[in-house]
Design a protein around this ligand. Structure first.
Ligand SMILES: CC(C)(COP(=O)(O)OP(=O)(O)OC[C@H]1O[C@@H](n2cnc3c(N)ncnc32)[C@H](O)[C@@H]1OP(=O)(O)O)[C@@H](O)C(=O)NCCC(=O)NCCS
Length: 139
């Protein structure tokens, strides 16, 4: 069935939130912009760890809404760095929900977010070398 896959997200669980009535659009469905912002927050957490500092979202590619989010769903955003450049990185982000009524996991969105590491003047700065402190999975 479209949008329902075996629960196998790749990457780092960067954020988890409950979809609330305040996040709905006039039709009573969860507003897509809320989901996009949760994914942006998740990506920025991972990007900030990799960049060891401030990052900005510079672009988003291939955004897809696979299935709707319902009020009460538990939304989890998984992030995986798929490319690093001189100052930028691309992060694949998937949001999955666990429905409040049915204990199944459903992939609801996916996209590639691009982040740039910024210096104190908000200009692009080179990414630091990768080491154990740039691995989001390590506390
Ligand atoms: C992010 C920002 C500082 C980048 O400045 P810029 O002058 O465009 O910088 P550059 O052209 O030198 O690009 C910097 C990096 O971003 C990458 N980049 C720029 N546009 C991109 C795009 N559309 N998609 C993917 N990567 C992009 C470049 O390839 C470069 O990467 P690299 O150094 O790894 O090769 C600037 O665009 C900005 O301030 N944008 C607003 C950010 C913002 O407000 N975001 C929302 C809130 S966080």
């Amino acid at each position: 069935m479209q949008g329902i896959e075996a629960f196998r997200p790749e990457g780092f669980l960067a954020i988890r939130a409950r979809a609330m009535p305040a996040d709905t659009n006039p039709a009573g469905h969860i507003f897509g912009g809320w989901l996009m912002s949760q994914m942006d927050l998740a990506g920025a957490i991972h990007a900030g760890i990799r960049a060891k500092g401030t990052v900005a979202t510079v672009a988003v590619d291939g955004f897809k809404f696979h299935a709707p989010v319902h009020v009460g769903d538990e939304v989890s955003c998984y992030t995986k760095i798929i490319r690093t450049g001189r100052t930028s990185m691309s992060i694949n982000i998937e949001a999955w929900v666990r429905r409040s009524t049915v204990r199944t996991h459903v992939k609801v969105t996916s996209a590639v977010y691009h982040f740039v590491a910024l210096d104190s003047e908000m200009k692009p700065r080179p990414l630091p070398e990768e080491d154990e402190t740039t691995n989001a999975d390590v506390d």
